[in-house]
Design a protein around this ligand. Structure first.
Ligand SMILES: C[S@@+](CC[C@H](N)C(=O)[O-])C[C@H]1O[C@@H](n2cnc3c(N)ncnc32)[C@H](O)[C@@H]1O
Length: 434
């Protein structure tokens, strides 16, 4: 397998983690007034196993849903624990249910369910259909894939062209797109390996959404402009989340994996909710009464070498009196209130919107001087992340004698207090001008 293929396989394997009902309930509780008469679509969800589907079936009448649609790409590794179904992708479409779902799906009032068209004894046999991807001229789109072959007993690799085919239930398939067009709000935990494509699709069809994703996308150069322009923001519940994982799941950190009642779970601290539906928490000001102040404590907030901003190592240490630009960890996204702060950018070499053009000597990297120490242009897996060298080496790791950076720990977003907020709070900012 080529490196790319290996990476893809690893990423696809990491897609198989399943959201707990309690995590979904905690987040959805903040939007209960937003679902009335809406068509909700869970488009990466085995309808028989997904807790997203379960949540909306349990709350169908309470939320006043018009319809619930769910399509599964393939049946989950936990398949068969709920209903006796065949090994294929399925869709359900519920327009009316008099019963709340309690326990298993077999309790459901099946009259309001479409797409359960054909059954064979107790098996449901109406499958979704997949299709070839076509370009605007209706020609098949081809992709290059690596394949392994044997030549004179030796294993070799070559690149071959293949028609791009979307399996049944793939969110990119014609059928799933047709369902997407009919829906109002998309709610799911999509495959992380396809997050960018998934998100772009939601944006291009102008859908409302509440989805889970990895916090690292916040500082992705393609995703970031949507954050900066307030087209997507964090959901309400932050913090680490519990997911069910397949039996053969091996975490990098085994302490995060545990078994409960014979089921395997993992805790991930790097996933978060993303939405474009407004909620109250988003408009709560970050409390600044913790006493952190820039003036008189300048040493605590070193300036970067190559960008006019101060480094703030923790969100709770944002100084309440600084009117210039501040570099803060990407977890700021959970505290961002658009009436209090402007998001300025992220340091990248790219010219996307929101990319900060840094001093050319440093190009992609940003750093600061602290007691004579300056950042190096250390490589990082993210390529475009800010690199910090601290006296305590907190963010710097050594592997095989080479310095590497744990990028996720030092990603920075550049922010500023909003002008209106500053002028409304003379008691904080006084007349200090940066
Ligand atoms: C992170 S899991 C979450 C599953 C479910 N939404 C949940 O939260 O429990 C992502 C799911 O998307 C499925 N998937 C992968 N590629 C897909 C695609 N192209 N279209 C639809 N689903 C896909 C994976 O098999 C996996 O079951």
């Amino acid at each position: 397998m080529g490196n790319k293929n290996l990476k893809e396989a690893k990423e696809a394997k990491n897609d198989e983690f399943y959201t707990e009902l309690s995590e979904i309930q905690a987040e959805m509780n903040n939007y209960t007034d937003k679902f009335k008469n809406k068509v909700v679509y869970c488009n990466c969800d085995d309808p028989f196993e997904s807790n997203f589907v379960k949540y909306f079936l349990m709350n169908f009448n309470r939320l006043g849903l018009k319809e619930l649609i769910a399509t599964g790409y393939k049946t989950s590794p936990f398949r068969g624990t709920e209903l006796n179904i065949m090994d294929a992708a399925y869709s359900i479409r519920i327009t009316n249910t008099k019963k709340y779902l309690v326990g298993t799906q077999s309790d459901l009032d099946i009259k309001g369910v479409m797409y359960f068209l054909t059954t064979e004894k107790d098996k449901i046999t109406s499958k979704l259909i997949g299709n070839y991807a076509l370009d605007e001229n209706k020609n098949k789109i081809q992709i290059a894939v690596k394949e392994t072959y044997t030549n004179n007993g030796k294993e070799k690799k070559r690149t071959v062209k293949q028609d791009l085919y979307y399996e049944a239930g793939d969110f990119r398939s014609d059928m799933s797109i047709a369902l997407l067009k009919q829906s109002d709000i998309v709610v799911t935990n999509p495959p992380f390996s396809l997050f960018r494509e998934y998100f772009n699709q939601l944006m291009s069809y102008k859908k409302q959404f509440i989805i889970l994703g990895n916090i690292s996308v916040v500082t992705n150069i393609e995703f970031f402009p949507f954050i900066k322009n307030n087209m997507v923001w964090a959901g309400c519940v932050s913090g680490s989340k519990k997911y069910r994982v397949p039996e053969n799941y091996a975490a990098e950190n085994p302490n995060k994996v545990y078994v409960e009642n014979g089921k395997k779970y993992a805790k991930f601290g790097n996933t978060m909710w993303f939405t474009n539906i407004d909620h109250a928490k988003r408009h709560q000001f970050l409390p600044l009464n913790l006493g952190y102040k820039y003036h008189g404590h300048e040493k605590m907030y070193p300036k970067y070498d190559n960008y006019d901003a101060i480094e703030v190592e923790e969100i709770s240490k944002i100084p309440y009196d600084y009117t210039g630009v501040m570099g803060v960890p990407n977890s700021f996204i959970h505290k961002y209130c658009p009436e209090q702060f402007d998001i300025i950018g992220i340091p990248t070499a790219a010219s996307n919107e929101g990319s900060l053009n840094l001093n050319k000597d440093y190009k992609t990297y940003i750093g600061y001087k602290q007691d004579g120490t300056r950042t190096g242009r250390t490589g990082s897996t993210f390529g475009a992340c800010p690199v910090f060298e601290r006296n305590d080496h907190k963010n710097i790791y050594y592997t095989n004698g080479k310095r590497t950076v744990q990028a996720g720990k030092c990603m920075r977003i550049f922010i500023k207090f909003k002008k209106a907020y500053i002028s409304q709070h003379p008691e904080l900012f006084g007349n200090t001008e940066e």
